[in-house]
Design a binder for this molecule. Structure first.
Ligand code: ADA
Length: 524
């Protein structure tokens, strides 16, 4: 595989119809509007370079991009995608020799099928992840999905899509067995070890020329408590935006690694990747560190009109399917999510959520699926999902203060008895360096720390919950002109436990102490 990362020729145009003038250079990966020059501006970034190809068919992959990408080879359009934050993969054949490759990405919100101006996170433009070029092999294994079935025997199901009549399958570098025309196989992994947050053991399987890493672990959501490998587990989590003031979502991998290591070292075991598909590197790190993950396609706070709009819902459905297939073999992925805070109290919500649940169940019977809802008392979709996930902000939005939090959470805990329930978002804003003495005032680090401590004790002290996901790990760029501008100082969502440069706030420093008593256990 050839990496095309590096310095590309670059042009920026304000309008779609302007002719690009390649008078500059840009780094790939990189966001064209993360730097001061173009920050807050909407337009088109044109990335151009030469590539040398052989006679074999080629596969080009853009790991992640925003918001809309079109790929051209020698001026001919090869591919187009609106599935922002997902990989764009296209196969093509060309005369052996040198060709001109252009990737055109724009950050126009208007006209995008899913991104809306009111979303509470910034839509950066650019190429967020690696670009690679590969030869498409002849006897390729197109799909290799590994479904762990039994944590007591190490039995897995392999789902394979290929034209190859003979499959040679081996585990962990062993000798292996040969199978004729097999497309679904139940096999027991020899000398298996389980994957868990405490012991994130990874196996490998080789099927002909393709090798995949996987983990053996099972998830049980039959309720009322979530179980991993047959044992109750509490999700001790944070939400995380892939976001940094200097890089947008094209965060360098060493920074992703450092975020995840810090999350693990704080004693947490779970990350909700809000609100779009996650980078490949993120998943590989979570697999290795033993961090469990919720992944979801792009969407945020969508109205009944959005949900009834076929262009919107078809795009979400397409991205959900792509996301599940892409992340399938990562043991860290334990929950499929979608449609954050949509109108789940409406008929349109019922229809949309039923459709997306069907996709999750059809593609992956081994993981629970859900949406993070923000209207638990009037929600019409809680019966449709595998686990009930609530975004609630008592003690932050509204008139109440921290003292109201325990009673409010206990009230929500009574909903849907018998089902696994988690708090998928809860948080309070804090500006780094802003301090107060008791009684703490909102926006101070002290208020946030007291708030987080109260939340965690309330959730983990009530056996009805299977965990929490604090909103959120780090501050993230959002819009000045969002409806929430009065609550978004500096155009950041400031509810991070660390700020946008990852400087710890008081709540983050206190976190290990707060969760230590509950570590590796379930809610009491
Ligand atoms: C919602 C939403 C988040 C964020 C949060 C907040 O729950 O899902 O993306 O906007 O509110 O900070 O208010």
């Amino acid at each position: 595989m050839l990496t095309l990362d590096g310095i590309w020729e670059f042009a920026w145009t304000e309008n779609d119809s302007d002719i690009p003038k390649y008078d500059s250079f840009a780094a790939v990966p990189g966001c064209f509007d993360a730097e001061g020059l173009r920050f807050n501006r909407r337009g088109v970034g044109w990335y151009r370079r030469k590539i040398a190809v052989s006679a074999a068919p080629q596969r080009l992959k853009i790991g992640s991009f925003g918001l809309h990408a079109v790929v051209f080879l020698d001026g001919r359009q090869l591919a187009e995608s609106y599935l922002a934050w997902s990989p764009l993969i296209t196969e093509f054949s060309a005369e052996p020799g040198e060709h001109e490759l252009v990737i055109r990405v724009d950050n126009f919100i208007q006209g995008h099928p899913v991104f809306r101006k009111r979303y509470d996170f910034y839509a950066f433009g650019g190429i967020y992840d690696h670009v690679t070029l590969d030869e498409v092999g002849e006897q390729k294994i197109r799909t290799l999905e590994i479904l762990p079935l039994d944590h007591t025997t190490g039995e897995i199901l392999l789902r394979i899509e290929t034209e190859a009549p003979v499959l040679k399958i081996s585990f962990d570098g062993g000798t292996g067995q040969t199978f004729q025309n097999a497309r679904e196989l139940r096999l027991k992994v020899p000398d298996f070890r389980l994957w868990s947050p405490e012991h994130p053991f990874l196996h490998t399987v080789r099927v002909n020329e393709r090798t995949e890493e996987f983990g053996i672990r099972t998830i049980d959501w039959s309720g009322p408590k979530l179980k991993l490998n047959g044992k109750e587990i509490a999700l001790l989590g944070v939400n995380r935006h892939e976001s940094h003031p200097e890089f947008g979502p094209a965060t360098p991998e060493h920074l992703i690694a450092s975020d995840l290591i810090r999350i693990k070292q704080a004693g947490l075991n779970f990350i909700r990747g809000s609100h779009y598909p996650q980078r490949e590197f993120f998943f590989r790190m979570c697999d290795k560190l033993g961090l469990m993950v919720w992944e979801e396609p792009l969407a945020w706070g969508n109205s009944p009109e959005d949900l009834a709009d076929p262009r919107f819902l078809d795009t979400v459905a397409e991205q959900l399917e792509l996301t599940i297939r892409r992340s399938f073999n990562h043991p860290s992925l334990i929950i499929h999510g979608f449609l954050n805070e949509c109108a789940s109290d409406s008929e349109e919500g019922v229809r949309a959520i039923s459709r997306l649940m069907e996709i999750c169940h059809r593609l992956d019977p081994t993981r629970p699926a859900t949406f993070a809802g923000n209207r638990p008392l009037r929600d019409r979709c809680l019966d449709l999902v595998d686990i009930v996930a609530m975004n609630v902000y008592p003690g932050w939005y509204g008139e109440e203060d921290i003292s109201a939090v325990p009673a409010k959470l206990d009230e929500y805990a009574k909903l849907c008895p018998g089902k696994v329930k988690v708090i998928s978002e809860i948080g309070a804003g804090a500006i780094c360096g802003c301090r107060s003495e008791a009684p703490y005032v909102p926006w101070s680090e002290d208020y946030q720390a007291e708030f987080i401590s109260t939340v965690i004790k309330s959730v983990l002290g009530n056996p009805a919950w299977s965990g929490f996901m604090i909103w959120m790990f780090c501050n993230a760029n959002t819009y000045t002109d969002t409806a929430y501008r009065t609550g978004r100082p500096r155009s950041y969502n400031n509810k991070g436990l660390v700020d946008e440069y990852r400087r710890a706030k008081t709540a983050w420093r206190m976190l290990p102490e707060i969760i230590r008593p509950y570590h590796a256990g379930s809610c009491q």
